[in-house]
Design a binder for this molecule. Structure first.
Ligand code: SF4
Length: 323
């Protein structure tokens, strides 16, 4: 960790690095690739990273590039929590997964807690590394719809529903894992936020070992919202994003009206409770959530340990927004 200052995007030399990211719940993040193989049509962050990188290299055409690890592997100083990934999937393909294994090994050897969010496949050597210090690893598996037909259009590069579910079974077999969560986020209104779809995901994930669900609605830039209108499946969803949302980033972003969201999330919280699962939302993505009765810190690590560690570390751990 050579720099603690905030810097923007993936570095010009394409080296993987832990960086402070104010828009990611004001925490430390790390990407393993420039661009993401899942190609989700609602993705704000990987597009932003690619756009920023085009300023460094005008020949860059938006391809997915695994980042170099030599500088990272020479580092010896890290913050207490690293979130993987910010604008990519740490298990997006085999090559990226191999880099993630090396990164995870290094971070765990320094007792860093690593939080993953992924739609990829977590298996093989990844599980072997996690087993070294499972209490320092938390995984959120991203699933917003059981329909592979929908997923092929909305998340064309991501594994099927069944394959993503299998992650829970494998991870649940690891004793003392930090946390295992299903992330039903971002939901597209009218497509993903139906009680049947949510109940099926909650039922399947909880029966395979997920302990918690994080639910959230899609939040899009004006351009992405317009792009969604070009697709027959997602047109009505785009039309339902009528309200500017109060995110931590202060960007102009559109989503479902807040009152409607609270109404739906209240309904989904009851479904979670029926299956003995805790439900959380992300209060950084939607700051108004901090005024509701929902648990609005979406990472259990952030809930428990960030505040405890803050006074003991020189790294900038922003906790004021949890107050
Ligand atoms: S998995 Fe995440 S980073 Fe990758 S394309 Fe989808 S939303 Fe973007």
């Amino acid at each position: 960790m050579t720099e603690q200052k905030i810097f923007w995007g993936i570095s010009k030399d394409l080296q993987a690095a832990v960086r402070y990211e104010p828009n990611a719940c004001r925490g430390y993040v790390m990407d393993i690739s420039l661009g993401c193989p899942n190609l989700c049509i609602y993705c704000i962050f990987s597009i932003l990273e690619k756009t920023v990188y085009k300023f460094y290299d005008t020949r860059y055409k938006g391809e997915i590039i695994p980042l170099k690890l030599d500088k990272f592997l020479a580092e010896e100083k890290f913050p207490p929590f690293v979130y993987m990934c910010y604008a990519s999937d740490p298990f997006g393909n085999r090559q990226i997964t191999q880099s993630t294994v090396a990164v995870l090994d290094k971070l765990l050897s320094h007792d860093v807690f690593v939080g993953f969010v992924t739609k990829g496949i977590v298996d093989g050597e990844v599980l072997e590394v996690i087993r070294k210090k499972p209490n320092l690893v938390g995984v959120q598996v991203g699933i917003t719809n059981t329909s592979d037909q929908r997923n092929k259009i909305v998340e064309p590069g991501a594994p099927s529903y069944k394959k993503r579910l299998e992650n829970f079974k494998r991870l649940n077999e690891i004793d003392n894992l930090g946390f295992l969560t299903v992330r039903i986020d971002p939901m597209l209104p009218g497509i993903d936020d139906t009680p049947d779809n949510i109940e099926k995901i909650i039922h399947d994930a909880s029966s395979l070992g997920a302990k918690e669900a994080v639910l959230g609605y899609v939040i899009l830039t004006r351009d992405l919202k317009e792009q969604l209108k070009n697709n027959e499946l997602t047109r009505a969803s785009a039309d339902a994003l009528t309200e500017k949302t109060s995110t931590i980033s202060r960007q102009e972003l559109f989503s479902v009206p807040f009152a409607k969201k609270v109404e739906k999330l209240t309904e989904f919280e009851k479904i979670c409770q029926k299956y003995g699962m805790k439900m959380a939302v992300c209060g950084c993505k939607e700051e108004e959530m901090k005024k509701t009765s929902f648990e609005w810190v979406c990472h259990p690590f952030n809930r428990q340990r960030r505040e405890e560690l803050a006074p003991k570390t020189e790294f900038h751990l922003e906790t004021a927004h949890f107050g």
